[in-house]
Write a protein of this length. Structure first.
Length: 178
């Protein structure tokens, strides 16, 4: 018998963009609200997770969204970007690189293996596109996520700034060779 959990490539439709906006707002808020000001969270969520912004991201030719659904209900997602220069020296070729820009699961799904399933699928996507490297950024204070990525073989290669509202934070840049 097959699992009722499905991970599929998101369709590029306004309805899916609305679903992704809602799921993105919920998962980002649940993950980071306790450690950030309400004003910074509100500003970031409004700027990042509108249905219009999600539709534009869905339609970007270098971007793929993976959506995890349980009985047609979205419970997690990953946003992947081909050709990312994150952590790459200027002038170096980024064509064989995939960035995991976002990988989030709903709070009630943390610890179920869903995040690992999304990560394995993201790595499959990288291999499908002949990528030699997968990179991502993770907030330096998100210890659970850092430990999760390390279990998959990611290693720190640098840092960069991440703006959350008016707060400038530091993300670690992690890399995994394929």
């Amino acid at each position: 018998m097959s699992s009722p959990l499905r991970i599929t490539v998101a369709k590029r439709t306004p309805a899916v963009a609305t679903q992704l906006a809602e799921l993105g707002r919920q998962t980002f808020h649940d993950t980071f609200a306790a450690d950030n000001s309400a004003a910074d969270m509100a500003e970031f969520l409004a700027a990042t997770f509108s249905p219009e912004k999600q539709l534009a991201e869905l339609n970007a030719p270098d971007t793929t969204f993976l959506v995890a659904q349980m009985q047609q209900e979205p419970v997690g997602y990953a946003k992947l970007k081909l050709g990312s220069a994150l952590g790459l020296e200027e002038g170096k070729d980024a064509t064989a690189r995939l960035e995991i820009e976002r990988l989030y699961v709903r709070q009630d799904w943390i610890g179920t293996g869903l995040g690992a399933s999304l990560m394995r699928r993201a790595i499959e996507e990288a291999r499908t596109h002949a990528c030699r490297t997968v990179v991502l950024g993770v907030w330096e204070r998100n210890e659970a996520a850092i430990a999760f990525y390390r279990r998959f073989g990611f290693k720190e290669i640098g840092k960069h700034e991440f703006r959350l509202g008016q707060d400038i934070q530091t993300d670690l840049i992690l890399r995994k060779g394929l």
